[in-house]
Design a protein around this ligand. Structure first.
Ligand code: PEP
Ligand code: MG
Length: 614
């Protein structure tokens, strides 16, 4: 039966495919497709794992002292019984043979299915056996991790599944079916792992639109919905799913008519994207000749290639913390590893500037998943970003040295997150001097960096003049600025309706920051999600912003808005919006459109202005 679940739209577009349910604790198993000739050996890997764990349990039983508690012996019996249960192995065989999942993926998929059956059992004792099942599967996985896979696991992408196959989808049960991932929660590090993955879309039960998980999902450029409440409970493994990333809706078990409708929408979206690619080499300039800088936000050095391809004129935000996350035993990357990573990003941008932000972990970006459990009461207000860096000067100096060294290879900006206090600025600047001196003492080359501060705490936005005495440029982190101005946890879907970029207080802080930088001739950009939101491009242009940093995938759509805009006309309109009690309503006020331009370049002639001045 068809039903829909509503969440928050995160990444645009339509995905249609079968559901893969994963529990976040197990997400870090690899997900890739195997070649058909590896089916037997993948099944053997699971079988070997199962046998090894069973042997281990039998040995434990044999070595058990005579006076061991009876519960312990019974528990081992249960584990053995679960291991020998044929539903586990026959299910795994199905996923490997029919879907070509790798062994670990097949095992966790089957675990989810059996775990659900346990959940539905009436008998409490039997229901509780789910935990035992999870334990034995985790033991098998651990065994398998110790025994290297005979196949290299380059994740295979099978994102296709658009127009040509829509009609066949309900019948199509071959290995070539697109897959969509459904999880209760995914950490940003989990999400990053899916960068090259097999999934055509994502849905999570929790999360806000600008949670870091959502941000990474957006950078993957595949449809995603977060905050879909109990999607992971309502959807079954292998259900057919439509993800409408524009509306933030998930349709489960769609009828043929609904499938056809969404297949059409999907095609329209693809055509629109293709049309936009024509703007790639067009300089971003408004109708009245104002140059606009469109920069990329990246998470990994390898993203630089995509940024160049999308027509970015530099990287406005390299979120370096992703190099630090999901590592074994919290082993942070050393100077050399970081230097090589920053250097790859700088070289990847081929002479275009790269702004590297120092590590911003904490809040909804834990270093590893287990860190969630020992999180502080109010992590967004706790030891996060620059606070975390200043609490560990040796770690911070390592990062500063690595960035300074990378600056030898191209233009680099050094951006500091979450500053609020003069003392933090002073400490940061003296550590930077110290890092330079250390490199000089070692005789290691380093390059010049432009120094920037993120304005993402209201206290910083209210003291911009002071910041400008110390920094070459400012970057407005609207994601956090909104969170901290409105006291709305950006990762909490239950208050997502109150997370409002157009709140007059937020606009006031953004506008004043831009105005002060413009007045002083200092660089200012917006690198929060507002920069990539096409519905806000004209407002930001009207407030004087000329530098936007966003996911590469959003650049062309924003460029289209810029090309259609008349900055001179937008300025008075933006001031009216800024002064309004309800800026969202003021933005919709009709204003006489700009006169048509002779010739009209790409994107300038696509019909009447919708609302507000162009
Ligand atoms: C922001 O807060 O707007 C920002 C760009 O930083 P992050 O999203 O990584 O917190
Ligand atoms: Mg931030």
């Amino acid at each position: 039966m068809t039903f829909s679940i509503h969440g928050l739209p995160v990444a645009r577009g339509i995905a249609i495919g079968r559901a893969v349910l994963v529990a976040s604790s197990r997400v870090d198993v690899a997900h890739y497709f195997i070649e058909p000739n590896r089916v037997a050996s993948e099944i053997d890997r699971v079988r070997d794992g199962r046998n090894a764990v069973a042997d281990e349990i039998v040995r434990l039983q044999q070595d058990m002292p005579k006076d061991a508690p009876a519960e312990l012996t019974a528990l081992l019996d249960v584990h053995l019984m679960l291991l020998e249960d044929e539903t586990l192995i026959s299910g795994v065989k199905h996923w490997i043979t029919d879907r070509l999942y790798n062994a670990e993926w097949a095992l966790t998929t089957q675990l989810e299915i059996i775990a659900r059956q346990f959940d539905e059992m009436e008998d409490e004792y039997l229901r509780e056996r789910k935990a035992d099942l999870e334990q034995v599967v985790e033991r098998i996985l651990r065994y398998m991790r110790g025994v290297a896979s005979p196949v290299a696991p380059p994740p295979t992408s099978r994102r296709g599944g658009s127009h040509a196959r829509q009609q066949d989808l309900l019948l199509d049960d071959t290995v070539d079916v697109p897959l969509v991932l459904i999880a209760h929660d995914l950490s940003p590090a989990d999400m990053l792992q899916f960068k090259q993955s097999v999934f055509a879309g994502f849905v999570t039960d929790v999360g806000g639109k600008t949670s870091h998980t959502a941000i990474v999902a957006r950078s993957l450029d595949i449809p995603a919905v977060v905050g879909a409440r109990n999607a992971s409970q309502l959807v079954r493994q292998d259900d057919w799913i439509i993800i409408d990333g524009d509306a933030g809706v998930l349709i489960v078990d769609p009828s043929a008519i609904i499938l056809a409708e969404y297949g059409f929408k999907q095609r329209q979206g693809e055509l629109e994207r293709e049309r936009l690619t024509r703007l790639r080499h067009t300089p971003a300039m408004t109708i009245d000749g104002q140059k606009v800088e469109l920069l990329a936000n990246i998470e990994m050095p390898e993203d630089a290639a995509g940024a160049v391809k999308a027509g970015a004129v530099g990287v406005g935000l390299f979120r370096s913390e992703f190099l630090f996350m999901g590592r074994q035993e919290r082993q942070l990357p050393d100077e050399e590893e970081q230097y090589q990573a920053y250097r790859r990003a700088v070289e990847g941008m081929q002479g275009l500037p790269v702004t590297i932000r120092t590590v911003d972990v904490g809040a909804d970006k834990p270093l590893d998943r287990s860190a969630k459990e020992d999180a502080h009461l109010n992590p967004a207000l706790g030891l996060r970003a620059i606070r975390w860096s200043l609490a560990d000067p040796a770690m911070f100096l390592t990062q500063l040295r690595a960035i300074l060294r990378a600056a030898v290879h191209g233009p680099v900006g050094l951006l500091i997150p979450m500053l609020a206090h003069g003392s933090e600025i002073r400490q940061t600047l003296s550590l930077l001097d110290f890092a330079r001196a250390e490199l000089d003492n070692r005789g290691v080359a380093h390059g010049p960096v432009k120094l920037g501060a993120m304005i993402e705490i209201p206290a910083a936005a209210l003291t911009v003049k002071f910041f400008l005495r110390h920094f070459d440029f400012l970057s407005i982190g609207t994601n956090d600025l909104i969170q901290y101005t409105l006291a709305i946890d950006r990762a909490d879907e239950s208050v997502a309706h109150l997370y409002d970029p157009l709140h007059p207080a937020v606009l006031r802080l953004v506008a004043d920051t831009i105005a002060e930088c413009v007045a002083q001739g200092k660089g200012v950009s917006v690198c929060g999600e507002m920069a990539g939101d096409v519905s806000l491009t004209r407002l930001l242009l009207g407030l004087g912003l000329r530098s936007f940093s966003m996911h590469p995938t959003q650049i062309l759509a924003v460029k289209q808005e810029v090309l259609r805009a008349d900055a001179g006309r937008l300025a008075p309109w933006a001031q009216r919006v800024l002064m309004a009690d309800e800026p969202a309503l003021a933005m919709a006020e009709p204003v006489p459109p700009a006169p048509a331009l002779p010739g009209g370049g790409a994107g300038r002639d696509s019909g009447p202005a919708p609302l507000g001045p162009r």
